[in-house]
Design a protein around this ligand. Structure first.
Ligand SMILES: Cc1cc2nc3c(=O)[nH]c(=O)nc-3n(C[C@H](O)[C@H](O)[C@H](O)COP(=O)(O)OP(=O)(O)OC[C@H]3O[C@@H](n4cnc5c(N)ncnc54)[C@H](O)[C@@H]3O)c2cc1C
Ligand code: FES
Length: 508
């Protein structure tokens, strides 16, 4: 093992980001956007270019959430295999779905070039290759997949041996990578001003319908349209049955990444993904100023792994097998939202509100497309993808089994959470740096003791639909196994669908 210092955060978040003040007075804008990730920021950018006044509210700092935790491969190669898209939706739709990614990469590139944004954008090849950790012959499937991609108009070539991984695979030309936080920061600096505003530390929790407004920091912000770009959509103006129905069609999965310095000039600058499920994803490029490798994978349903810390060691073993000289210096995890039929949900939920979710591991491209689609919807421009990604689509083509599987989780984990014995008999058993479920006055509580010894306790009952949360030692968060809500050690919401914090519990 190398003795490199290890940072438990994404390498991207070491980049300085511009600060934006919180809102201090009532205001009126054409559009309010909730969420300062790639989806919200792209929507804000597009709408400003279209002449709209926009206010973007971010509850933390811009890029804090998944856009700061991504690995930022820009690709039209979707997590859902092309052959499966064709089988479930037909060739025309499958082609349209990949064209969405292509358009998103072109959009990002055009913005970067037009405004000379400094964010290390680079066109690289992307390789889809046979499983890294399994020995099985996938040649014929990969040949067929490459043929299909070419037939639908994409530049794809079968290779008997993909560079670096030495496995059969497909080379897709003209994919890309960039520094996601540099990109977001550059956009943000240009969005703020001339009638448009970005405000950080502004959590939206209340809405008014007529006239349309959001309430934030005691101020009322009126608007004509609302874009909910919170990764997992907040309910906002959606009715409870409608929001719950959308929730049954998506599921939160935790995914893990490690970053490592690698010898400069000796490895191909490219993106790699294997065919496994969950799949490994690797990028090698000089985006951080030196040749750097980021390997991700080992996804599991949020809140359903007993010991997530062990997954980093697994990733490191796989990376060292490929690049023995790799010096791992960063590790982090985040969440991807899996839609039941493999396609994202992007579009209006009613006449005033637009949402975007279910991006799988393609959120850089689908998030960008969602920004474009939100703008098109608001200015009344036709969009080719509006029916394909329609939020109200009810048919779960090819995903019926998946739908049932994902949704038995709720009753199952609701019950097991209450049947399982608490993790500790008393708060005294909770060690420093640890979180445990403890029964206090007959109620399950999420108790955390910080490295300094400070105890914090909250109710362990998820505020979404009542499941018992579980401790995630890799991220020091409380995660809900039912629909993937995540909470900080003090109970604040990190990721929805929960919108309310875990109730604080006073310790004697
Ligand atoms: C480890 C990892 C690797 C990935 N790799 C790739 C990849 O290689 N390629 C790819 O295309 N995608 C990848 N993804 C997926 C991609 O990163 C995400 O899908 C994408 O960043 C989502 O962007 P977003 O703007 O929709 O959400 P986010 O970036 O999560 O932004 C949503 C924002 O909304 C804010 N918010 C939430 N609630 C409120 C509220 N009430 N008020 C105000 N603000 C609020 C949050 O604080 C957050 O900043 C990866 C994800 C992970 C975790
Ligand atoms: S009960 Fe739904 S996320 Fe917790």
């Amino acid at each position: 093992m190398n003795a490199t210092a290890l940072e438990s955060k994404p390498i991207w978040l070491e980049e300085p980001r511009p600060h934006f003040s919180s809102l201090k007075q009532d205001a009126h804008f054409d559009v309010v956007i909730i969420g300062g990730g790639i989806t919200g920021m792209t929507a804000a950018w597009m709408l400003k270019q279209a002449g709209k006044t926009v206010a973007l509210f971010e509850k933390g700092r811009i890029g804090d959430a998944e856009t700061g935790h991504t690995t930022a491969h820009l690709t039209y190669v979707t997590d859902e295999r092309l052959s499966r898209l064709v089988k479930n939706f037909g060739e025309e739709t499958a082609q349209l779905v990949w064209q969405a990614g292509d358009l998103a990469i072109d959009t990002i590139e055009a913005i970067i070039h037009q405004y000379r944004l400094d964010c290390h954008f680079k066109r690289v090849p992307g390789f889809l290759h046979a499983a890294l950790t399994k020995e099985r012959d996938e040649t014929s499937e990969l040949v067929k997949e490459a043929d299909l991609a070419r037939k639908l108009g994409f530049e794809a070539d079968f290779l008997a041996s993909v560079p670096l991984v030495d496995r059969p695979g497909i080379r897709f030309a003209n994919q890309a990578c960039f520094h996601p936080i540099e990109y977001l920061s550059e956009l943000a600096r240009r969005i703020h001003g001339d009638g448009c505003e970005i405000h950080e530390n502004c959590e939206i929790s209340d809405f008014e319908e007529d006239p349309l407004a959001v309430l934030v920091n005691g101020c009322t912000v009126r608007c004509d349209r609302l874009v909910v770009a919170t990764h997992v959509p907040m309910m906002g103006l959606t009715s409870l049955p409608s929001a719950t129905f959308l929730q049954t069609k998506i599921a939160g999965y935790s995914t893990y990444a490690i970053g490592a310095k690698v010898p400069s000039g000796s490895l191909p600058h490219a993106s790699f993904w294997d065919t496994d499920d969950p799949y490994y994803y690797l990028r090698i490029d000089p985006t951080t100023g030196k040749d750097y490798a980021i390997l991700g994978g080992l996804d599991h349903k949020t809140g359903q792994h007993d010991n997530p810390e062990t997954l980093y060691a697994e990733l490191e073993t796989v990376l060292r097998r490929l690049i023995p000289q790799a010096e791992v210096d960063h590790r982090w995890s985040g969440q991807v939202i899996e839609p039941v039929d493999g396609l994202p949900f992007i579009g209006p939920t009613n006449e005033s509100q637009f949402v975007a979710t279910g991006f799988s591991g393609n959120g850089m491209t689908f998030g960008t497309l969602a920004g474009v689609m939100a703008c098109d919807w608001i200015i009344g421009r036709e969009n080719r993808w509006k029916d394909v990604f329609d939020v109200h689509r009810t048919k779960v083509r090819g995903g019926a089994l998946e739908y049932v599987k994902e949704n038995v989780d709720y009753p199952l984990h609701l019950v097991t959470g209450f049947v399982r014995s608490p993790d500790a008999k008393s708060v005294d058993e909770v060690e420093r740096g640890e979180g445990r479920i403890v029964k206090i006055d007959g109620k399950r509580c999420a108790v955390h003791r910080s490295a300094e010894g400070k105890l914090t306790a909250c109710s362990a009952i998820c505020t979404h639909m009542g499941c018992v949360v579980r401790w995630n030692g890799a991220e020091e968060t409380w995660d809900c196994p039912c629909h993937g809500s995540r909470f900080g050690t003090d109970g604040h919401v990190i990721a929805g669908p929960a919108e309310k914090e875990l109730e604080p519990v006073a310790l004697a």
